[in-house]
Design a protein around this ligand. Structure first.
Ligand code: HEM
Length: 447
């Protein structure tokens, strides 16, 4: 059985239909030809954008000349009230300095130190699940938020402030439903933006809560009583070039993005993985058998036993990449496959289309975790697999997520069996991340 894929739109539609579809969901707003095109152009009275699927172009933009393709300034429009000057939105020297301070916190050795906190969150998540029909996206959001709070600030989601951030965040998402139209399209000023005021208010409340956590941590660092977690690491690391540390206020912006980028994405991937395993019971049995071999309290080194579970997670990130599209703009005139791009064109890199490109992947829409152990998959994985982006702007949490995902899946699968509920298969839509339109409903039974 092929897992769900959104219907594409007709090749030619009016601008208004396009905008209406876009507002509903950026995936079904795209024509089917994007699954076989190398470069597709969209022209409207307001903007000109290009979807680049040619691996050589993707490499040029993300890895070879990233400084010539900064993040589109439109991406920030909807996100800035929440994220301020966070590393996700900045460009140039400011961004480089922030990455020099943040990256060491996610290096391999540090991941091992975050492992006990991830394990505690995973075990708590498996205990919270209940027998019977359940919406798993909600449960996985809860689990991934718990992982972030425990690894960043050494507090579980049960903590009052952590819970308040999580709840406010959900309100924010409802008020700010898509990555924001303006993030992908150069819309005229008069075009109505969605729920601007409500989302600004919820963003301010989230930031106030995070500011409280960050200030308290700065005080603990000053007193020498701070726990050795990611927040302490980031707040005490000096930029090797300038010697400066992040100011406490700047840290609020970074915590906001860690929370957003780190929990929404992982929650999306975990939920789709559970759905795919429910759809493929033989694969679920294999993953559960691997999980059953883990010791009751696994150690970091036990993760290497989860080979198949890791491939399930990889395959999930291919079929349902949590960040479905990324936008850059060229700062200089550019030639791409014989077309001339004036400076300022929007260049869309779409993991969603690249991962299902029918001229690159064999059986692109099939769920086939074993493809990851086949030799012929190597070239596809190298050229057309970008769940964490690539180049210097690659996701700093990629290694973290590749530990968290298989670990949580294993802890959950060793306790629970998942089944599809006929007639309730999820329909993917892209909001801030790729989610299911009405949630992902599965039937759970205890093993
Ligand atoms: C399955 C989980 C995850 C996926 C699929 C994912 C994917 C991505 C992608 C595609 C980008 C690049 C976006 C762009 O350039 O427009 C990104 C950036 C980022 N991610 Fe992740 N991410 C995941 C988990 C995490 C975690 C766990 C953290 C932190 C704890 C994190 C922190 C960040 C940050 C800070 C950025 C901005 C980096 C920059 O612009 O320099 N992510 N992520």
């Amino acid at each position: 059985m092929t897992p769900p894929k959104p219907a594409s739109r007709a090749d030619k539609v009016s601008l208004w239909t396009y905008l209406r579809l876009f507002r509903r969901d950026i995936l079904s707003a795209q024509p089917a030809r994007l699954y076989s095109a190398w470069l597709a152009e969209f022209r409207t009275p307001f903007f000109r954008s290009f979807v680049a699927n040619d691996p050589a172009l993707v490499r040029r933009v993300l890895s070879e000349r990233p400084d010539d393709f900064p993040k589109s300034d439109l991406v920030g429009e909807g996100l800035r009230p929440l994220l301020g000057e966070s590393v996700f939105l900045t460009n140039g020297e400011v961004w480089k300095r922030q990455r020099r301070i943040i990256d060491p916190a996610f290096e391999g050795g540090r991941l091992k130190e975050s492992f006990p906190a991830m394990l505690a969150a995973g075990r708590a998540a498996a205990e919270r699940l209940e027998e019977g029909a359940q919406e798993v996206e909600e449960a996985m959001s809860h689990a991934a938020a718990d992982v972030i709070f425990r690894t960043l600030f050494s507090i579980p989601i049960k903590d009052q402030t952590a819970r308040a951030v999580f709840t406010e965040f959900r309100t924010h998402q409802r008020a700010q439903p898509i990555l924001n139209l303006g993030a992908f399209l150069r819309l005229p000023r008069w075009f109505p933006r969605l729920h601007r005021r409500a989302s600004r208010r919820s963003a301010a409340r989230i930031r106030a809560l995070i500011a409280g956590l960050t200030q308290a941590r700065a005080d603990e660092i000053a007193r020498g009583t701070a726990p050795d977690d990611l927040a302490t690491k980031i707040m005490t690391t000096a930029d090797p070039v300038t010697g400066q540390r992040l100011a406490t206020a700047e840290m609020v912006d970074q915590v906001a993005i860690f929370f957003l980028a780190g929990h929404e994405t992982s929650a999306s991937a975990l939920s789709w993985a559970l759905y795919l395993l429910a759809m493929d019971p033989a694969a679920q049995d294999r993953a559960a058998a691997e999980a059953a071999l883990l010791p009751a309290v696994p150690a970091f080194s036990d993760l290497s036993q989860l080979r198949f579970t890791r491939d399930v997670f990889r395959e999930t990130l291919r079929l349902y990449p949590p960040v479905p599209m990324m936008v850059r703009q060229n700062s200089k005139p550019e030639e791409m496959r014989g077309r001339q791009l004036a400076p300022g064109a929007q260049i869309v890199l779409s993991p969603w289309h690249l991962h299902r490109h029918d001229r690159i992947w064999p059986a692109p829409d099939d769920f086939d975790p074993d493809r990851w152990s086949r030799e012929e998959n190597r070239a596809c994985a190298r050229d057309a697999y970008l769940p964490f982006s690539a180049g210097p702007r690659v996701c700093p949490g990629a290694g973290f997520a590749m530990v968290e995902g298989p670990l949580l899946l294993a802890l959950i699968l060793r306790a629970w069996r998942f089944e599809r509920i006929p007639g309730r298969d999820p329909v993917p839509v892209a909001h801030l991340t790729v989610r299911a339109r009405d949630g992902i409903w599965l039937r759970l039974t205890r093993r």
